[in-house]
Design a protein around this ligand. Structure first.
Ligand SMILES: C[S@@+](CC[C@H](N)C(=O)[O-])C[C@H]1O[C@@H](n2cnc3c(N)ncnc32)[C@H](O)[C@@H]1O
Length: 334
């Protein structure tokens, strides 16, 4: 198989993050691979498999622990396209290297957070000059675009990364829609509902009385509201994404919405990794109070999280979430 990369390209950079021990949160995140709701990737895998040719290069922006890349390589193992995973999390990217680094077609680049400048590196600062601009045939972003603070700049950098005629494949379960089928959820909006139910549970059940103090004090609760919205950002409407794509120079080719069934148990598993963000006010958060919760408080927090989910989804082991898929292209130069 001919390498998709230029001769001088170092697939795995010689950097600390690439050889660091594997991190617990990354390993925990990676278990979503086995969750039913991660069938949200199926449509994207199908679209990419239909589009990519053997000599192509795919930029997997926010590729995380490499779940999409693994699935795509399983689907079309013998087609020799290259995949460059770019991500802002050194720990997630480290796990991706561990899983996929032996494959010659895989490359990895970290978008470092520049503390002094309070921003992430751009693609131009991270990807080799031989590949940026214009060396990619497609950019994919799964389960991540709703997390981008600098959406407009990010989309412009994707446009630059692509050759004229190249494609963008975006999907997320956290894009706001003007119409939602009855009983359906934007998946992260369950978090606000869990918080509301948890307040009621703590206020009404005597056994949780030790956690009531912040409930009556908005000044104590507010930092937790802010923290929760940092972990699970307020949902932006679809028009926001489509307008930014067009402003960056893309032509929208297709917008699709699909129902994805999420098992409540698996959604609990996922959220339990972020319990500090979801229900930090139960037992306190180190980021806010300067000291973390006791082991017992964490146990209680997780029990209240389970109870809140059981309240929201009574008599049903699953709920329906709506995922949005947007395909666009960088038009050919005229
Ligand atoms: C929910 S995970 C999804 C990972 C992977 N694409 C998937 O579908 O499994 C979100 C990913 O986006 C990355 N991320 C968050 N903010 C980002 C940003 N501003 N730029 C690039 N990546 C970002 C995170 O590090 C994480 O790997």
């Amino acid at each position: 198989m001919k390498s998709p990369w230029p001769a001088e390209f170092a697939r795995i950079p010689d950097a600390d993050w690439a050889v660091a021990p594997l991190g617990e949160l990354a390993l925990k995140y990676d278990t979503v691979e086995g969750h039913g709701w991660y069938c949200n990737l199926d449509r994207t895998v199908t679209d990419l498999a239909a589009y990519l040719e053997p000599h192509h290069r795919l930029l997997d922006y926010s590729g995380g622990t490499g779940i999409l890349a693994s699935r795509l390589l399983m689907e079309v193992a013998t087609r020799g396209f290259g995949i460059l995973i770019v991500d802002s999390s050194p720990k997630f990217l480290r796990l991706a290297v561990d899983k996929l680094g032996r494959q010659e077609r895989m490359g990895f680049r970290l978008l470092r957070y520049l503390k002094k400048e309070k921003r992430l590196q751009s693609l131009a600062e991270t990807v080799d000059g031989s590949l940026y601009p214009s060396a990619f045939d497609a950019v994919v972003s799964t389960n991540a675009i709703h997390l981008y603070y600098g959406l407009a700049e990010t989309l412009r950098s994707w446009w630059q990364a692509l050759r004229p005629g190249g494609r963008v494949f975006i999907q997320s379960g956290n894009i706001g829609l003007p119409y939602m089928p009855a009983g359906s959820w934007i998946i992260d909006e369950t978090v606000e509902e869990i918080h509301r139910r948890a307040r009621e549970i703590v206020a009404s059940q005597e056994r949780w009385s030790a956690y009531r103090a912040p409930l009556g004090d908005p000044s104590r609760m507010e930092p937790y509201d802010v923290q929760r919205r940092k972990f699970f950002l307020p949902v932006r409407p679809i028009e926001h994404y489509l307008s930014r794509l067009e402003e960056a120079g893309f032509r929208i080719l297709e917008v699709t919405h699909l129902p994805i069934e999420a098992h409540v148990d698996q959604w609990y598993e996922f959220l339990s990794a972020y319990h500090d963000g979801v229900l930090g006010w139960i037992g306190g958060s180190k980021r806010i109070e300067g000291r973390g919760p006791t082991a017992e408080a964490v146990e209680d927090r997780l029990q209240i999280l389970r109870d809140a989910l059981a309240d929201i989804f009574p008599n049903s082991g699953s709920f329906r979430a709506i995922w949005t898929y947007i395909n666009a292209e960088r038009p050919e130069d005229l």
